[in-house]
Design a protein around this ligand. Structure first.
Ligand SMILES: Cc1cc2nc3c(=O)[nH]c(=O)nc-3n(C[C@H](O)[C@H](O)[C@H](O)COP(=O)(O)O)c2cc1C
Length: 380
C-alpha cells in the first residue's frame, strides 16, 4: 500500500539499501537459516508477550527504531508513529532527521519516547541538541555510530532523492503520478506550515554562513569513544549506542557507561558487506549480555524472527521498515496495523513454541546452522 501511495523516489528511499543490497538480502537469509525448536504439550492458553526493558514493563518485545523520512511519507508522520507505539505499549524512537519539532511529538505522540542522535560535523552543535532532548524529557538517548561516512545509496542518486532536495522534472512527474501523497502530505505541509518539511530538531548555529548550512548535515567522521564519554556525563537517563556488531565494541560501549546497545547493520543502508546482526549477536551477548540491555534490528519482519532474536539473547527487537511502510500507507492507522500484525504473529509463534512467557525463551529454542563460525564463538 505504501508503494502505491508514495512517489517512487520516496518509496525506494524507505525500502531499498546501499550498493547491491547484499546486506539487506543477507539480513533476511541469516534469519531464515535459523530454525525454531518447539516444545509441546505445555498449556499456552495464558501466553503474554510482555517484557521489561530498562526497568519498565512493556506490552511487546518490540520498539520502533528511528527512520528519518517518517515525516516525508505522511504529514507529521513521527507523531503517527509515536501514537501507534503508545497504543501498542512499546517505545518510539525519533530520528535526528525528523521533520516535526521534538517537543510537539512528545506532547502529541504520548507513550515512551526515545531520541536518536546523529553527530554532525559540528560536535558542539550536536551537544546543544542533546541538551534540548534532555530538557524536553525524552526517556532515552540513542547515539548512532555506524555511519561516519555517507551511505552509498545508488537508488537515491538515480531517483534524484538527494539532500538538499531539488526540484527536477523527474521528481515533478513522480509527484504528479502520486496525488494522494502530493495533496495529503506535501499539500498539507504547504497549507499548514507554509513551506516544505525541514529539520527542526537539528541545531544549526545562528552565525553559520549559507554554505556552512548546506554542508551541515554531513556526519562527523572524526568521532571517537571520547564523544560517548562526554555524552554520558551530560545525559542523565538511559543511554543506548546504536550500530554495534563487534563484541569488543560492545565491551567499549559498556565501559563508557552505556545502558544499552543496538546490534544493527542499519537495515543494510550503510555497509553493504557487513555481517548481519543476528549472526553477530551471540558473540556480543557472550561479551556484554550481563552488563547492558541488548536490542537487535535489521530485517525483522515476522513474529518468528523476533523470537529467534530473543532466543539468541536479545532483550528486544527494533523495527524500522515495518512501521515506516505502515505510516506511508495510512498514517497512524497503518503503523498500528503493522504492529498488530507483529503482535498477532508473536502471540501465535509463542503458542506453537510452547511458550507462555518470553522470559522462558532460551538458546535451546533455536537451531543454528553449524557452518556459521560466529555462532561457535561463545555459544557452542
Ligand atoms: C528509510 C530508513 C531511514 C532510517 N533512518 C535512520 C535514522 O535516521 N537514524 C538511525 O539511527 N537509523 C535509521 N535507520 C535505521 C533504522 O533505525 C533501523 O536500524 C533499521 O531500519 C532496522 O531494520 P528494518 O528496517 O529491516 O526493520 C533508517 C532505516 C530506514 C529503512
Amino acid at each position: 500500500m505504501a508503494r502505491r501511495r508514495l512517489t517512487k523516489a520516496l518509496f525506494e528511499f524507505s525500502d531499498r539499501g546501499s550498493e547491491d543490497e547484499v546486506a539487506m538480502r543477507d539480513n533476511r537469509a541469516s534469519l531464515d537459516r535459523i530454525k525454531l525448536m518447539p516444545r509441546i504439550l505445555n498449556d499456552v492458553s495464558g501466553r503474554d508477550p510482555k517484557i521489561t526493558l530498562f526497568g519498565k514493563p512493556q506490552a511487546l518485545p518490540l520498539l520502533i527504531g528511528p527512520t528519518g523520512p517518517a515525516g516525508f511519507v505522511w504529514y507529521r508522520g513521527e507523531i503517527a508513529l509515536a501514537q501507534a507505539a503508545a497504543k501498542a505499549g512499546i517505545p518510539f524512537t525519533l530520528s535526528s532527521t525528523g521533520n516535526t519539532p521534538m517537543e510537539t511529538i512528545l506532547a502529541e505522540g504520548g507513550g515512551t519516547q526515545w531520541y536518536q542522535l546523529y553527530v554532525w560535523a559540528d560536535v558542539e552543535a550536536s551537544l546543544v541538541t542533546v541538551e534540548r532532548v534532555r530538557d524536553a524529557g525524552f526517556e532515552a538517548l540513542v547515539v548512532t555510530v555506524d555511519s561516519p561516512a555517507a551511505n552509498n545509496r545508488e537508488f537515491d542518486t538515480r531517483n534524484g532523492a538527494v539532500f538538499p532536495p531539488r526540484v527536477t522534472l523527474q521528481g515533478t512527474i513522480d509527484s504528479l503520478l502520486h496525488p494522494r501523497w502530493l495533496v495529503g502530505t506535501l499539500g498539507r505541509y504547504a497549507l499548514a506550515e507554509r513551506g516544505m518539511p525541514g529539520f527542526p530538531n537539528v541545531h544549526i548555529p545562528d552565525d553559520f554562513a549559507p554554505e556552512q548550512r548546506k554542508g551541515f548535515l554531513a556526519r562527523n567522521d572524526s568521532l571517537t569513544w571520547d564523544f560517548l564519554r562526554r555524552v554520558r556525563d551530560m545525559w542523565p537517563r538511559t543511554l543506548i549506542v546504536k550500530g554495534i556488531l563487534h563484541p569488543d565494541d560492545a565491551l567499549m560501549a559498556a565501559d563508557c557507561g552505556a545502558d544499552g546497545i543496538i546490534v544493527s547493520n542499519h537495515a543494510g543502508n550503510t555497509n553493504d558487506a557487513a555481517i548481519t546482526p543476528i549472526d553477530a549477536l551471540p558473540a556480543v551477548v557472550a561479551a556484554v549480555g550481563d552488563r547492558v540491555t541488548i536490542i537487535i534490528d535489521s530485517g525483522f519482519r515476522r513474529g518468528s524472527d523476533v523470537l529467534k532474536g530473543l532466543a539468541l539473547g536479545a532483550d528486544a527487537v527494533a523495527v524500522g521498515r515495518a512501521t515506516l511502510y505502515g505510516v506511508g500507507a495510512a498514517g497512524e492507522a497503518g503503523a498500528t496495523r503493522a504492529l498488530e500484525i507483529l503482535h498477532a504473529e508473536i502471540h501465535r509463534t509463542m503458542g506453537i513454541m510452547g511458550l507462555t512467557d518470553l522470559q522462558a525463551i532460551t538458546r535451546d529454542h533455536v537451531v543454528l546452522p553449524p557452518q556459521i563460525p560466529a555462532f561457535e564463538r561463545g555459544l557452542r
